[in-house]
Ligand binder design. Structure first.
Ligand code: ATP
Ligand code: MG
Length: 359
């Protein structure tokens, strides 16, 4: 019972209660005013009618045809329209204000929830690699171990350090994007070579239990920031691996199409509902709640990807179905160098060719 009362008196409920009260009283007062106006009009009509017949006698004709009657009638109509008009304007302003406040409050609540989720996940993301490193170091320090065991422990500890490094990089990148202090270089890059390097790293590491496939064609040149492009490519590949079961296929493609660098990552994983597709590029947004999720993360990856793609003059789209998998497709304009090369190659071949497929 008390929890019900607590719910009723939550600030949002009080706000909605107040809005309903204002709407109801506005309609009630408008009705009362109209009614009073009509009553006043009828009383005036009675007085003038009485005066009319007293002055002119019973055979003076119909009072309804006199100028006084018509003037009183049009005055009543004008006043009724004024009351209605003012009521409607007030209602529109009130409704617009309520909708704006409702949206702002909901956004604030969502952000709060996401930040709480973020704090829970970041604590875990920081604690687990640190614990791993600590155990590895204590084991190496306290015992004389065979060389292979030592190798395994140091390898695991280094992987944990790598994980922490990526996390800190993502946090720094997000903070820089947030306060607009990020300075992106604009250098001519062979983006295909960059994709191939990252692809190789993942297919030998995190993605060794997936069937990873790379589709690419000739070198692709983009004028951009190397670190930012690396972050975009690795975040998308890492997500595909994180959110699809082992053994399934991950298809990465890097092609030059219509003067754009088209990069896509396709998986056959859990997929994303239409509702969540609208939110996954928001900062801290993760599908589901922190206590039910199996995969860990901070919800910053796609926010960073989206912002960096935008800063490179490109755009990102998603095609996904729950249970069937997801495809993230991004387009970034090619640099002039690449565009000229593409034009030259278009004179000799009509469509982009798939040159290499590494699996
Ligand atoms: P991190 O900051 O470590 O990347 P994260 O992976 O949870 O954490 P994002 O990369 O921003 O954060 O992704 C946001 C959410 O979108 C994820 O939590 C996940 O629910 C969903 N998502 C992203 N990529 C995929 C995918 N390929 N398949 C299914 N769901 C995905
Ligand atoms: Mg991610």
């Amino acid at each position: 019972m008390f929890s019900g009362l607590k719910h009723i008196f939550r600030p949002l409920s009080i706000f909605y209660l107040l809005v309903v009260y204002i709407f109801a009283s506005l309609i009630w007062w408008s009705y009362l005013l109209l009614d009073k106006n009509n009553q006043l009009h009828n009383t005036q009509l009675m007085v003038y009618e009485q005066q009319f017949y007293e002055q002119k006698g019973k055979n003076a004709g119909a009072f309804e045809e006199t100028l006084v009657f018509q003037k009183l009638n049009s005055k009543k109509q004008r006043q009724n329209w004024m009351i209605l008009g003012e009521g409607i304007v007030f209602l529109i302003i009130l409704a617009t204000g309520t909708i704006q406040i409702h949206r702002a409050l909901r956004k604030e609540i969502m952000l709060n929830r996401q930040q709480r989720n973020f704090l829970l996940s970041i604590t875990h993301e920081l604690k687990s690699p640190l614990a791993g490193i600590k155990i590895a170091l204590e084991t190496i320090k306290g015992r004389i171990l065979p060389e292979e065991k030592k190798e395994l422990l140091t390898g695991n500890a280094l992987a944990d350090v790598e994980r922490l490094g990526t996390l800190v990089d993502n946090l720094l990148m997000a903070a820089k994007i947030e306060n607009e202090s990020i300075q992106l270089a604009s250098q001519e890059l062979d983006v295909l070579a960059l994709v191939k390097d990252i692809f190789r790293l993942y297919s030998n590491g995190l993605g060794k239990d997936h069937q990873m496939l790379l589709i690419s064609n000739d070198p692709i040149y983009v004028s951009g920031d190397k670190m930012a492009l690396m972050s975009i490519v690795s975040n998308l590949i890492e997500n595909a691996l994180k959110y699809s079961p082992k053994g399934t296929k991950i298809e990465v493609s890097a092609l030059a199409i219509k003067q754009q660098f088209r990069f896509s990552v396709s998986d056959s994983g859990v997929g994303i509902s239409e509702e969540d597709q609208k939110k996954i590029f928001d900062k801290f947004y993760r599908v589901g709640t922190e206590d039910r999720r199996k995969t860990k993360g901070t919800g910053l990856g796609l926010y960073i990807v989206h912002e960096l793609v935008r800063k490179h003059g490109g755009n990102i789209q998603i095609d996904s179905e729950v249970g069937a998998g997801s495809t993230f497709i991004l387009d970034i304009p090619l640099s002039k160098h690449s565009t000229n090369e593409e034009k030259a190659s278009q004179n000799t071949q009509s469509s982009p060719q798939v040159k290499g497929a590494i699996s």
